[in-house]
Design a protein around this ligand. Structure first.
Ligand SMILES: [Fe+2]
Length: 400
């Protein structure tokens, strides 16, 4: 990356020749780890490896500590656009949408919905070394997930002392996903409760009033204090109560998705804010763009320093009448518009983005300048170490 923000392509990253399989669109940062995965339809790759491969790159040791095929069979290739993690597991899935060569003859998408196949979750312990350690659990429900919102562990303790630990996973869920540009899909926010020890999954729709996708969480605070545990007492309909102890940090309470219009054109017309705190779980609020303006995925920004609990939601919108793009920034607390910037050029529809604070960029540049001059001291560190995956270091020319 150049100081003015331009990106320059420098080549493939293979982590010193370790990567022998493609990498998909959504690597995920988990502390110092970068979790990544991909599925492949290449016959040779499937024969040699499998239909999917998952990896964990450790930025501290600069090595790929986990890299394996989690799927037990090679009979079908499931659409698996991203992955998610909890404290204990990397979670992947096998859904009802599969690769099919039918499109060669019939047209349309190479991914077809197969209603005979249910959604299954694969729980992969973070230090797993073989696919035998991956726990696959069938939800019994047909459907698909594209971009999940958040996952965490939660212990429910009843008054009599009985307790159980569940994995909670929130994701926009579509029962009959068709990856065809001619068709729009309906996604409702779903809470999956996964019981790893009993191998069961139950699901609950959080809201069916809006259809929304492109789930995004605020970035973690860069100098984070230890994770705070959310503990809530929930009153049950029978008069008893359950205490929920969640690994969800207070910084992860709210998440965001982009709202589809009601006409089924597939355009995003606003964003939704979701509250995941136990006892409260709901659609918190919605914000719609002005009429005639089409947005992209929400980009969530966290302020730095003492303001780090303040979050903002950004989106590029395209105004059809004016043939003009704008960048909008909203207050993540009140959903009020904070600023509206006219873009010098049209921004492509559905433009993705990620916010990196100026503070982090500054430490990144200082670290590499010191590294180049061999003047690095013990306290200096690079907060963006994981970004070597995407970006050339403009000072060190690859010596991250
Ligand atoms: Fe995506």
């Amino acid at each position: 990356m150049h100081p003015d923000g331009r990106l320059e392509y420098v080549g493939y990253e293979t982590f010193n020749g370790v990567l022998d399989y493609p990498v998909s669109a959504h690597p995920v940062q988990d502390g110092n780890d970068l979790l990544f995965h991909a599925y492949s339809v290449d016959e040779e790759l499937i024969k040699e490896h499998g239909t999917m491969k998952v990896g964990r790159y450790n930025a501290e040791t600069e090595s790929v500590d986990t890299y394996l095929v989690p799927t037990p069979g090679k009979s079908h290739v499931s659409f698996a656009h991203s992955l998610i993690y909890t404290n204990e597991y990397i979670i992947v899935w096998d859904c009802s949408v599969h690769f099919s060569t039918d499109a060669l003859f019939e047209g349309g998408s190479f991914f077809k919905n197969n209603q005979d196949h249910t959604l299954k979750f694969g729980l992969m312990p973070k230090n797993a070394t073989s696919r035998d350690e991956v726990i696959w659990i069938d939800s019994g429900q047909t459907g698909a997930i594209v971009h999940p919102l958040q996952a965490w562990e939660e212990t429910e303790e009843l008054e009599n002392g009985e307790h159980r630990t569940l994995i909670k996973l929130w994701a926009p869920f579509c029962e009959d996903l068709e990856l065809d540009l001619k068709q729009s899909n309906t996604f409702h926010m779903m809470e999956f409760s996964i019981d790893a020890s009993h191998k069961t999954v139950s699901q609950q729709v959080i809201d069916d009033g809006i259809s929304s996708e492109f789930a995004v969480m605020p970035p973690k605070p860069s100098h984070s204090s230890p994770k705070s545990i959310c503990k809530t007492k929930v009153n049950n309909p029978d008069g008893s109560s359950t205490v929920h102890s969640s690994t969800l940090s207070v910084h992860d309470r709210y998440g965001f998705t982009a709202i589809f219009d009601e006409e089924g054109s597939g355009h995003f017309v606003g964003y939704a804010k979701w509250d995941m705190a136990s006892g409260n779980r709901c659609l918190h609020s919605t914000k719609y763009f002005s009429r005639g303006e089409i947005g992209g995925e929400p980009m969530v920004v966290r302020a730095s320093g003492k303001e780090r609990d303040t979050i903002y939601v950004g989106s590029y919108v395209y105004n059809e009448e004016e043939n003009q793009s704008y960048f909008l920034l909203f207050d993540g607390e009140t959903n009020e518009l904070v600023c509206r910037l006219k873009m010098p050029k049209r921004v492509p529809y559905g433009f993705h983005g990620q916010f990196i604070s100026g503070e982090d960029f500054e430490s990144h540049f200082q670290y590499h300048e010191a590294l180049d001059k061999e003047e690095l001291n013990d306290v200096q560190h690079c907060p963006l170490k994981w970004m070597r995956f995407f970006l050339k270091d403009f000072i060190g020319l690859g010596q991250i």
